[in-house]
Design a binder for this molecule. Structure first.
Ligand code: MSP
Length: 593
């Protein structure tokens, strides 16, 4: 693993420093220059978002789930360029009591409500630049066929039986609850009503004959799976939480409801009096998308990464792997879990009237701006609070000033009149600080910058692997700050192109800063695709030079030719990211929310 800090480089003398740099160069110019490619990993990858309930319009929490998956998927594509190697699915969860009740309350047929809200999700994801390859609706015929087939496999393997189910059911969460998970709260009329302890949503007592899945048989296999694969659920606290749950008894699971009660769903094959439980129906979407039950699905299934919110962890980390094991398949490869967004300290809910509309946010803060905000501020391990002022401050400081300002400083006509990528002068900035001669101008901090940016892609890849995308962005932002410091330190605006003494150093300062910008642009592609495109195009980086495999940072420093030297910068000179605090009158209002 490449981890050479400037401190280590600078702190050593002569031969040992040289050998460190030789190692560094070797690594830098090996077939995996940045150490970000994982050859043990199948080039294929299949990313999924949860499928979204269509009882209400999308909010920023839903967009966040989709953005995390989008960023992971786009980062994978940067590592493994062949587009055919990646699939990314999202969609809508359209069956069940929750939707049936929401449609009745809206005076609509369930299918009408589904069409309407599913279209809103599709439009939002298009507008937010979610690069999904599949959008699934559980009301599609292909899905009904897959679910019924899956049911048939469980039945044939003796894992379903008919029995009396008696207990609490929460329609909002679409789940069964034991007595211990139910509490009483005053309802609208002041009477005490039973609600779910976890979500606070109302529950009702159900007693009916259902099909039941032998979930209890899977407690030990699930424990073995999780103990044997510590990265199965990331971040670690969620992995730990699931193992804790599995310490307790795991009761069998009711997987159907009486059709007279729940008609909006997929009928149990061979028994129309029962409708398949919506969570079983919904989870199978991940298989439907990859062609199940046709054998083609087998080449995708082992590469599956589910991105989910913490509220649906039990369904994905216990029920789903158990169902899969029951049907003769392996559990998902990875489950990435994130926490929730609150608004001004409160849970987002229709009844509190504090639901933040993501389309308004995309409009206000720009698509890339809002994507950056959610992914930069969203921390998977705990909940994050949303308020408008925070968005403006972050985007202005990191995208408009730091990144946009840096680009502007290095490309503006008055400082770079030739409009090209200037040449790097190896005597001004030799590959080792000890070699700095009379013409050398580089200082210790400049070597620290080079070292930081050289290791950035690997750091970023590690953060993606650990599902800490905000840390990847933090690392990029810190390097942007360091690069601005570099430019400030050497004040290229005070140097003169006409002077034979200044010119090579002036070119070198700009060259190094542009190289840093090229790294930042490449690494920002998964989060801010349009902004990164604008940045890379301005630097003259072509479409085939934007993958991680092609990202040879500062090659001239390491004694290699640089394909960018002397290249014309792109013609688009516009602002990289607009300052929000100046440009929009509505901000006065947004600051108050
Ligand atoms: N339909 C089920 C998922 C079935 S997947 C086989 C469902 N849908 S949902 O619409 O309620 O939630 C979809 C995703 O949005 C979940 O990952 C959930 O955690 C996420 N979010 C819902 N509210 C959220 C926030 N306030 N903040 C962040 N994410 C949130 O559950």
């Amino acid at each position: 693993m490449l981890r050479i800090s400037a401190f280590r480089l600078l702190g050593r003398t002569g031969a040992s420093r040289l050998s460190l740099l030789a190692d560094f160069n070797l690594r830098h110019y090996s077939s995996d220059p940045l150490g970000v490619r994982d050859d043990t990993r199948d080039a294929r990858a299949y990313f999924t978002t949860p499928i979204f309930y269509v009882n209400a319009a999308p909010h920023i929490g839903h967009l966040y789930s989709a953005l995390l998956a989008d960023a992971l998927c786009r980062h994978h594509r940067l590592r493994v360029p062949s587009a055919a190697a990646t699939r990314f699915s999202t969609g809508t969860d359209e069956h069940g009591l929750k939707i049936q009740q929401a449609a009745a309350a809206a005076g609509l047929a369930p299918s009408e409500l589904c069409d309407r809200v599913s279209a809103q999700f599709q439009q939002l994801f298009r507008e937010a630049d979610i690069s999904s390859t599949d959008f699934i609706r559980t009301t599609e015929a292909r899905h009904r066929m897959a679910v019924q087939h899956f049911w048939g496999v469980l039945k044939a393997r003796g894992l379903l039986y008919k029995g009396l189910y008696e207990g609490w059911y929460c329609a909002s969460d679409e789940c069964f609850l034991p007595e211990a998970k139910v509490t009483r709260q005053p309802g609208p009329s002041g009477d005490l009503c039973p609600v779910s302890l976890e979500s606070g949503h109302p529950v009702s007592w159900t007693k009916e004959e259902n099909y039941i899945f032998r979930l209890s048989q899977f407690r030990e296999p699930l424990q073995r799976w999780l103990r044997g694969d510590p990265q199965a659920i990331t971040p670690e606290p969620f992995h730990h939480a699931v193992l804790q749950w599995l310490e307790e008894e795991l009761p069998d699971l009711s997987v159907s409801r009486r059709s007279s009660h729940l008609h909006w769903g997929i009928p149990v094959p061979g028994d129309d009096s029962q409708t398949i439980y919506v969570w079983l129906d919904a989870l199978v979407n991940y298989l439907t998308v990859i062609g199940y039950p046709n054998p083609e699905f087998k080449s995708w299934w082992p590469t599956t990464s589910h991105i989910i919110g913490k509220d649906i962890l039990k369904f994905h980390a216990i029920y789903w792997p158990a169902l899969l094991l029951g049907a003769g398949m392996s559990p998902p490869h990875r489950i990435y879990v994130h926490s929730h967004w609150t608004v001004c300290g409160q849970k987002m809910s229709k009844s509190l009237g504090n639901v933040v509309d993501p389309r308004t946010c995309l409009d206000r803060y720009t698509v890339d701006g809002f994507r950056y905000f959610l992914l930069r501020q969203g921390v998977p391990n705990w909940d994050c609070d949303y308020y408008g002022e925070k968005v403006v401050k972050l985007l202005d400081s990191e995208l408009a000033f730091a990144l946009g300002g840096l680009l502007n400083r290095c490309t503006a006509n008055r400082i770079n009149p030739s409009g090209t990528y200037p040449a790097f002068c190896t005597t001004c900035f030799p590959s080792e600080p000890g070699l700095v001669g009379p013409t050398g101008r580089a200082q210790a901090e400049d070597y620290a910058l080079v070292s930081a940016v050289a290791t950035l892609p690997k750091q970023v890849a590690d953060h993606y692997d650990n599902f800490q995308i905000y840390k990847a962005l933090e690392a990029v932002s810190s390097c942007v700050r360091q690069t601005n410091g570099f430019v400030q330190r050497h004040a290229p605006w005070k140097l003169n192109w006409e002077s034979p003494v200044d010119a090579p150093w002036l070119g070198t300062v700009l060259h190094v800063a542009l190289e840093c910008l090229r790294v930042f642009g490449t690494l920002l592609q998964p989060v801010t695709p349009s902004l990164a495109d604008k940045l890379l195009s301005r630097l003259g980086v072509s479409a085939t030079e934007r993958g991680l495999g092609e990202l040879h940072f500062l090659p001239r420093f390491y004694g290699h030719p640089c394909p960018f030297e002397g290249r014309r910068l792109g013609p688009e000179t516009g602002v990289l990211f607009p300052r929000l605090d100046q440009s929009r009158a509505w901000l006065v209002k947004a600051h108050k929310t």
